[in-house]
Design a protein around this ligand. Structure first.
Ligand code: G3P
Ligand code: CA
Length: 231
């Protein structure tokens, strides 16, 4: 069972910061999940479109420019990282799951990733895109079939097999509340990996292992890794 650090090691470090990613890498995770927003022609690694929960700023991220957003404290003196900074840090070390929150310009997104592929050890096979916006995933699939797609769902999707097929998805990402033996068996029969979020409690980790899911997203990847090693 693979361990993805959810927003980096966000249970112990400020989420979606370089610091949280360094801590996750030190735990030798299999993958790191981040969230991105496109603002002022740049790709920022941040979960919310409102600034107050995770930074020293207030208001909506879209009302500000690059310089202002980079002046904010994203926790423990960290800045809001950009996607290229994160790619540089993760390249060659593990899978990067880029969850697209608000991204309109796919050319910008692809050029950021292609630059990293050219200049770092990043490989296209190590990039896994996911989003609740399946229209966006569909556009990615049409333009770049070299990137893997994770069909992310927030509910128990009755038609998941249909959209997974339309997206030629590699994986389906399901909330821990909705996972079942039947779902795992059905997804596996269709050749889909099953990745479950967000799994922090040891009891839940045991249950996911028992169900045979392929990976979990955890805010505490160090704890999750050491727990699994002893199962
Ligand atoms: O990608 C899994 C999970 O991160 C989706 O939910 O709200 O934490 O981005 P959220
Ligand atoms: Ca996310």
């Amino acid at each position: 069972m693979l361990i993805f650090a959810h927003r980096g090691a966000s249970g112990v470090e400020p989420e979606n910061t370089l610091r949280s990613i360094r801590t996750a890498l030190a735990a030798e995770v299999d993958g790191i999940e981040i969230d991105i927003h496109e603002v002022d022609g740049k790709l920022f690694v941040i979960h919310d479109r409102w600034l107050h929960r995770t930074t020293s700023g207030h208001g909506q991220i879209f009302n500000y420019d690059y310089q202002y957003l980079r002046s904010l404290d994203a926790g423990d003196g960290e800045v809001i990282p950009t996607l290229d900074e994160v790619l540089k840090l993760i390249a060659g070390k593990c899978t990067i799951n880029i969850e697209l929150k608000a991204v309109k310009n796919l050319t910008l997104l692809f050029s950021c990733i292609d630059d990293a592929i050219k200049t770092t050890e990043l490989l296209s096979k190590d990039v896994l895109f996911s989003s609740f916006n399946h229209r966006l995933l569909h556009a990615i699939h049409q333009q770049r079939s070299d990137f893997a797609i994770g069909a992310l769902t927030a509910c128990y999707p009755l038609d998941y097999a249909k959209f997974a097929e339309q997206l030629n998805a590699y994986s389906v990402h399901l909330d821990v509340d909705f996972i079942s033996e039947h779902f795992v068996a059905d997804a596996h029969k269709r050749g889909l990996k099953v990745f479950v979020y967000t799994v922090d409690e040891l009891e839940d980790i045991n249950a996911m292992k028992h169900l045979g899911v392929d990976g979990i997203f955890s805010n505490y990847p160090t704890k999750a890794k050491s727990h699994i090693a002893h199962l």
